[in-house]
Design a protein around this ligand. Structure first.
Ligand code: ADP
Ligand code: MG
Length: 592
């Protein structure tokens, strides 16, 4: 129902757009031109939404990709007379390859290095274009023919309007589809750090490169349109200044929202034009005063409306509530379980040193199929670090970690996930802006296979229904199904922990690692959790449990490993461990 409302809104908007060129009087040519520019910019900014708002990667260099698309189109039609309908694809290939190479190099950089690198290439391309003879240096290329559409030359703004806005609408809808898919969840998962996404089996580097290339491709299409709209290209619209302006449009409109791109591009374009007219009159002299106003505006937006203008619109729209249409979806295939008692995890003298600190000191233990092993010890004992060694988040300094007979200590986190290890985090890691259901579906990432193109074209829906069915079932199991449409960020901490367990279970693991799952849970919830874990054990799952609640641990686990200062103190049944004087002194004594 609510989804339908949005569809209707989109249809109304599309119809309104279609009427613009028809209803605008011939004196309004100026406004058609403005609308065309807004469309061109919107395309680029949609790419930035994907890149910056969704994947968390900041780029000042998008104008350079617009330039690649524009110059490719201009040069090829002017020099070889190639049809624009062909040059657009050539432009996409060239820009895509350039983005692939640039992304490959720069996306490994962390923190502020990426934006700095984007500034570097934004500047470089500008000077490169300005110094190549064949591209007309700073004068550029002139006399580009208009695009011909089945014999109709799109030479006037009104005809061109349709082409631009059809492309914009297609891009906006495709990206909206993308965000609501397996690939989209992976994209959103890389924003706040890569540890969680990798633990879900997402190749985060590839995801970042994908976002980067997609954004570049949208910019390239915009450049192609730009060249044929202006009928001339020169380096100035593709320099760093424009790169900054695109980012400004994204931030102003709302960098997290696809439709924010349109608002941002629209407001900036119209405001800029008006300010360019009025400010010099007010000041009495000519000058680019609008840049000052934009600077002030940007500071205000960042201070008071960080989510941008579209956030206000979004607040008024009905919330999208996923239609539950997956009841009859075929279940995802699950992996073969090892037979009861088989050694699943074998940690052999694993060691982790942080500088001079030995966080895990040659620790050995095993977890068998259908067993819950408790890992206890005071704060700082090295339990979470041990988890990180097993899951590949940290490399071992020495020692071996073996999963079902296979060494995994040199594998990346996502490969270990693929082999059937799933985990939760001591400090909850989730995508706060996504629903509980979507967060849990991220756990089943490795059980799906559809990527970006399928998501954009919506040929992934059958698989999506299977993923959603799995996510719902895991939420059901953990007793949270009634919260599935809730935003994850709105949950209480205990519920977020339970959600993480459901997410880990959605991966259909062989070995489940839980880091303090009961922290923040109420007594009833703890009992519920214990029952779920017993049930999982009965199903043949192996569980490694770090937990501070001794009653929970001792009443649940088969064996306990006690750590202190990185060293394994003792291993045994709960009774043996509780009877040990050493443990009482070191740990239980301080707890009780
Ligand atoms: P636990 O989970 O048992 O409370 P941790 O494994 O988190 O303990 O920490 C064990 C020790 O290693 C602590 O002294 C902690 O400060 C240190 N430590 C953990 N992670 C790091 C890190 N990334 N860099 C440096 N020291 C760390
Ligand atoms: Mg810990």
């Amino acid at each position: 129902m609510r989804v339908a409302l949005r569809r209707i809104a989109l249809a109304v908007f599309a119809i309104a757009l279609a009427l613009v060129p028809i209803l605008t009087p011939s004196t309004g040519e100026f406004w058609i031109t403005q609308a065309n520019y807004i469309g061109l910019y919107t395309l680029v900014v949609i790419g930035l939404v994907l890149l910056t708002g969704i994947a968390g990667l900041i780029s000042f260099g998008q104008a350079a990709f617009v330039g690649m698309g524009a110059y490719t189109a201009a040069y090829l039609t002017l020099t070889y007379g190639i049809s624009p309908w062909l040059t657009v694809w050539i432009g996409l290939v060239i820009t895509g390859l350039a983005a692939l190479v640039l992304g490959w190099i720069t996306l490994r950089m962390s923190g502020h290095y990426l934006p700095l690198a984007t500034i570097a290439w934004g500047l470089s391309l500008f000077y490169l274009l300005g110094n190549i003879d064949a591209l007309g240096k700073y004068d550029g290329l002139l006399g580009i023919a208009p695009i011909n559409f089945f014999g109709v030359a799109l030479s006037t703004g009104r005809y061109f309007f349709y082409l631009v806005w059809i492309v914009v609408l297609i891009a906006a809808v495709a990206v909206t589809h993308l965000l609501d898919s397996r690939a989209g969840r992976a994209l959103r998962a890389v924003k706040g750090g890569t540890t969680m996404a990798e633990a879900m089996g997402v190749n985060t580097f590839r995801v970042k490169v994908t976002a980067f290339v997609l954004a570049a491709l949208l910019a390239s299409v915009s450049g192609w349109l730009f060249a044929h709209f202006q009928r001339t290209v020169n380096p100035s619209p593709f320099g760093l200044e424009m790169g900054i302006e695109y980012l400004f449009m994204a931030v102003l409109g709302g960098v997290g929202y696809v439709w924010g791109a349109l608002v941002g591009a629209g407001v900036v374009q119209i405001l800029k034009d008006q300010l360019q007219v009025w400010l010099p009159r007010l000041m009495g002299t000519s000058g680019n005063y609008e840049i000052i106003v934009f600077g002030i505006l940007l500071v205000l937006v960042l201070q008071y409306a960080r989510d941008g203008l579209w956030a206000f619109v979004e607040g008024m729209l009905p919330r999208v509530r996923r239609k539950v249409d997956w009841a009859d979806a075929t279940p995802l295939s699950s992996r073969a379980r090892p037979s009861h008692g088989e050694v699943v995890l074998d940690v052999r003298a694993a060691r982790k040193e942080f500088g001079g600190l030995v966080a895990v000191n040659d620790v050995s233990f095993r977890v068998c199929a259908g067993e819950i092993l408790g890992l206890i010890g005071p704060n700082g004992a090295g339990k979470s670090t041990t988890f990180n060694l097993v899951t590949g988040v940290l490399p071992v300094t020495r020692g071996e970690v073996v999963l079902l007979g296979r060494r995994i200590d040199s594998l990346p986190s996502r490969e270990i996930a693929r082999l059937g290890v799933s985990r939760t985090f001591q400090h909850v890691k989730m995508i706060a802006g996504m629903t509980v259901l979507e967060n849990v579906a991220l756990g089943a990432h490795l059980r799906g296979r559809h990527g970006v193109p399928a998501a954009m074209l919506r040929t992934d829906r059958a698989e999506e229904r299977r993923l959603m069915r799995e996510a719902e079932q895991q939420l059901q199991r953990i007793g949270m199904v009634e919260l599935m449409h809730e935003q994850a960020g709105n949950l209480a901490l205990g519920q977020q922990r339970l959600m993480e367990i459901a997410r880990a279970l959605a991966a259909d693991p062989t070995l489940l690692l839980l880091d303090e799952p009961a922290a923040g849970l109420r007594l009833k919830e703890k009992e519920g959790l214990a029952n779920v874990l017993r049930q999982l054990r009965a199903e043949g799952l192996s569980i490694l449990l770090v937990e501070h609640d001794m009653d929970l641990v001792m009443g649940l686990v088969d064996r306990v490993v006690v750590m202190e200062f990185g060293t394994k103190l003792i291993e045994g049944t709960p009774e043996e461990v509780q009877a040990s004087p050493a443990v009482r002194a070191a740990y239980l004594g301080t707890e009780h």
